[in-house]
Design a binder for this molecule. Structure first.
Ligand code: NAD
Ligand SMILES: O=C(O)C(=O)C[C@@H](O)[C@H](O)[C@H](O)COP(=O)(O)O
Ligand code: ZN
Length: 354
């Protein structure tokens, strides 16, 4: 099984500038560039000595927010690299949440057909998921990640200090992808997440739990970088979740990605019960737990058709059939599970009734 190996190095370190220096020195002088976004720039990047004027690392800053994960922002990064002498041997350092690492990763892997990039994730979600594994991309035509490429960063530097300025909503958004990792691979990870007190964060413990979560992601990526088979496990909750996220965006009431994933996981566990025999007691317990944390997105019956249409664009689909990743039980995966429209509507009815 598998068509790739892990090329990226994951570095857990709180000595960020020291780690970065090693990379900067490995590339030609003047050919190291930085991409970030406004919030992260103000809170963090502008305070780091390594990026001060006397050093030659030039910077491009994108406005913050999911609505900036778009082609115009990619063009801004291409233009910046082009105007500042970016060449094939350049390095682009991406510092930010998943919006920024997806976007700038895509800009890097398309500029001059691909330059090196290094990810420094600053949200929980990007530390445990988005910055790792080489899925880069942008939203297009109202669809999530409709355009992108698979390319691994040269390294990912994970520094939990960044999480000290994250708000609660963004923290629990990232926590949803960790729950997903527990569900698809590791009941032990799920248990430690259930025990974690995110109202009163222990950062040393968090660092350990992040490492466990990243290990789950790396396991699937190492075996299937381009998502031909087993990597589809990492997409649990995303067929319905991305439809919720896109619809919420269309209706001008955007939701965070991790919340959309949590809502999608509930709907897809319903499908798992129906199609794969997922235990009903586990389903009831997990649904209650996630409802307590995430609440729910309010949907109307009149939304179902649009949600279904959005699901027809999911990247796991084949021959016009909507394919889900489902679970026969916690830690056991069933990929390529085709569900008919009637059953998908049943799941949406169930979700609406909660
Ligand atoms: N490539 C992948 O495998 C993958 C995996 C999961 C999610 N994603 C994508 O990641 C994106 C979501 O990422 P996200 O949740 O990090 O969102 P984000 O990058 O939009 O960041 C969330 C918010 O936190 C702010 N922020 C970032 N770092 C901060 C810090 N240290 N302190 C304070 N505020 C900070 C940002 O300005 C933003 O307002 C989505 O586009 C999703 O599709 C990609
Ligand atoms: O790494 C993966 O593979 C994932 O599916 C991780 C997801 O959490 C992430 O949101 C990813 O960007 C979704 O990809 P998509 O292919 O469904 O757009
Ligand atoms: Zn996701």
């Amino acid at each position: 099984m598998g068509n790739s190996k892990i090329y990226s190095k994951i570095i857990y370190s709180r000595a960020l500038e020291q780690e970065l220096q090693t990379f900067v020195e490995a590339y030609p002088k003047g050919k190291v560039f930085l991409a970030t976004e406004e919030t992260v720039d103000q809170l963090w990047v502008s305070k780091l000595d390594i990026f001060c004027e006397k050093n030659t690392i030039r910077k491009v800053v994108i406005p913050a927010g999911e609505n900036n994960k778009k082609i115009e922002s990619v063009a801004k990064i291409w233009e910046f690299l082009s105007n500042n002498g970016g060449d094939r041997k350049s390095l682009l350092i991406n510092i930010g949440g998943g919006m920024l690492t997806d976007l700038a990763g895509f800009a890097a892997c398309s500029f001059k057909r691909g330059i090196d990039f290094l990810n420094i994730p600053t949200t929980l979600l990007s530390q445990v998921d988005a910055s790792v594994g080489g899925k880069t991309g942008i939203n297009f035509g109202g669809l999530k990640n409709e355009v992108g490429a698979f390319k691994e960063p040269v390294a990912v530097i994970i520094n939990t200090d960044f999480l000290k300025t994250i708000d609660r909503q963004n923290f629990i958004s990232g926590y949803a992808e960790m729950i997903k990792h527990g569900l698809i691979y590791s009941p032990k990870h799920l248990a430690e997440l259930k025990d974690f007190d995110f109202e009163n964060i222990d950062y040393d413990l968090l660092q350990e739990i992040i490492r466990h979560s990243v290990n789950v992601k790396e396991y699937f990526v190492a075996n299937d970088l381009t998502e031909q088979n087993i990597r589809k496990a990492l997409n649990l909750g995303h067929t319905v979740g991305h439809a919720f996220e896109s619809m919420a965006m269309e209706q001008s009431r955007p939701i965070l990605h991790g919340y959309a994933v949590a809502y999608g996981v509930i709907a897809e566990l319903f499908l798992s019960v129906k199609k794969c025999g997922f235990p009903e007691t586990d389903f009831a317990e997990l649904t209650k737990w996630m409802l307590d944390i995430y609440g729910k997105i309010e949907i109307e019956e009149t939304d179902f058709e649009r949600l279904f249409q959005l699901m027809t664009h999911d990247k796991k689909n084949e021959s016009g059939k909507i394919n889900f990743t489902l679970l026969p039980e916690i830690g056991e995966i069933a990929i390529n599970q085709n569900c008919e429209k009637e059953l998908i509507f049943e799941a949406l009815h169930y979700y609406k009734s909660l």
